[in-house]
Design a protein around this ligand. Structure first.
Ligand SMILES: [Fe+2]
Length: 352
């Protein structure tokens, strides 16, 4: 496995680059905007293709690199269901998994530092964001923080992992790089409490100053922006009304680019092709299956929020498929507009 822990010294943030092999797919956790050039350089040097960029939570001390990495690499941007950041193109929930080639992260909802805080686990390690730090825990006094929720997240979720599990946090200000669950149980001073009440008291009396970047970073990270406006201006988007009309038309092929896990959770639109986002570049090349379909029919790409499909339609247009369109706002918008809502099911094809 390729594993890089990269420091942004200005904010004390750790970002993590992971891949199963040279020449393969990669993901990055908690990238920092100012370091994006460096990440792209490492990706090139190791011949890696960035397919997912993940933030553990909406950060208050630095501006996320998610938007810039999406622009540079067309990667999928991932955050938790609760996040208010608009740059997110795939949302995950407790118990989900995040897959790339040869690698899988388990998704653990660990609120408390913020209400959108997640941890991500692998067999031997866990990325704890600002929930559990090395000999510390993330503050709980802003961004809907909640010491009671954090106690639950730490004591009933993270500390239940095997003692030898490596702990990789989103920050460290003393130069520590890694710990283990066992070490934190034994030596983390914040965890030497006898009850949730004691923990709440400890956390509410910290009286920490606000992070230097907070007034800038929180609003900036909430509004990185979707890439759909320009696509719509070029006339490459369809509205939910136009989409409804296009379903079932013989001259149209609807291409669902969500992952299987999203389809299972959210339901599917009948009679669609499924081409996962990661496979688009290959299948859209002249001679590729989707390219052939796109010559014969009008392609309409769909995804959850319309962000990945906005990139897909640009790829299709770039190879000359000028009929190609995407559903603006994605299936989330479609569902909101049509109000046709059924419980998702693994086994059946459902209209949202
Ligand atoms: Fe944080």
């Amino acid at each position: 496995m390729i594993f890089r822990q990269m420091l942004d010294a200005a904010s004390g943030t750790y970002s993590y680059l992971l891949a199963s092999r040279r020449g393969g797919e990669a993901l990055i956790i908690d990238p920092v905007l100012e370091k994006v050039d460096r990440y792209v350089q490492i990706l090139n040097e190791l011949d890696l293709r960035l397919v997912k960029a993940i933030d553990t939570h909406l950060h208050a001390d630095h501006i996320t690199g998610l938007g810039a990495l999406r622009e540079r690499t067309q990667c999928i941007t991932v955050m938790g269901e609760q996040s208010k950041a608009d740059v997110v193109s795939m949302r995950v929930n407790d118990g989900d998994r995040i897959d790339i080639e040869g690698l899988r992260l388990g998704v653990i909802y660990t609120p408390g530092h913020t209400d959108d805080s997640y941890s991500f686990s692998m067999e031997d390690r866990v990325f704890t964001g600002d929930t559990l730090l090395i000999r510390g825990t993330g503050r709980t006094d802003f961004q809907n923080g909640d010491p009671r929720a954090q106690y639950e997240s730490i004591f009933n979720r993270l500390l239940k992992l095997p003692d030898q599990t490596l702990v990789y946090p989103a920050h460290d200000y003393k130069g520590e790089t890694v710990s283990t669950i066992g070490e934190e149980k034994a030596y983390n001073p914040r965890l030497r409490v006898q009850s949730v009440e004691q923990y709440v008291e400890l956390m509410t009396n910290l009286k920490l100053p606000n992070p230097k970047m907070m007034d800038v970073a929180v609003p900036a990270n909430g509004k990185i922006g979707l890439s759909q406006g320009e696509v719509a201006r070029r006339g490459w988007a369809v509205t939910t009304g136009e989409f409804a009309h296009a379903i079932g038309q013989s001259g149209t092929a609807i291409v669902d680019i969500r992952e299987i896990t999203e389809q299972e959770e959210q339901g599917t639109v009948p009679e669609t092709l499924h081409v996962p986002y990661a496979a688009l570049a290959d299948t859209l090349r002249p001679g590729g299956v989707l390219h052939q379909t796109g010559i014969a029919k009008k392609l309409i790409f769909i995804c959850t929020f319309g962000e990945r499909s906005a990139i897909a339609v640009q790829l299709a247009q770039a190879v000359g498929l000028d009929q190609a369109r995407h559903l603006h706002g994605g299936l989330a918008e479609w569902r909101a507009r049509t109000q046709v809502h059924q419980e998702p099911s693994v086994n059946s094809s459902l209209v949202w």
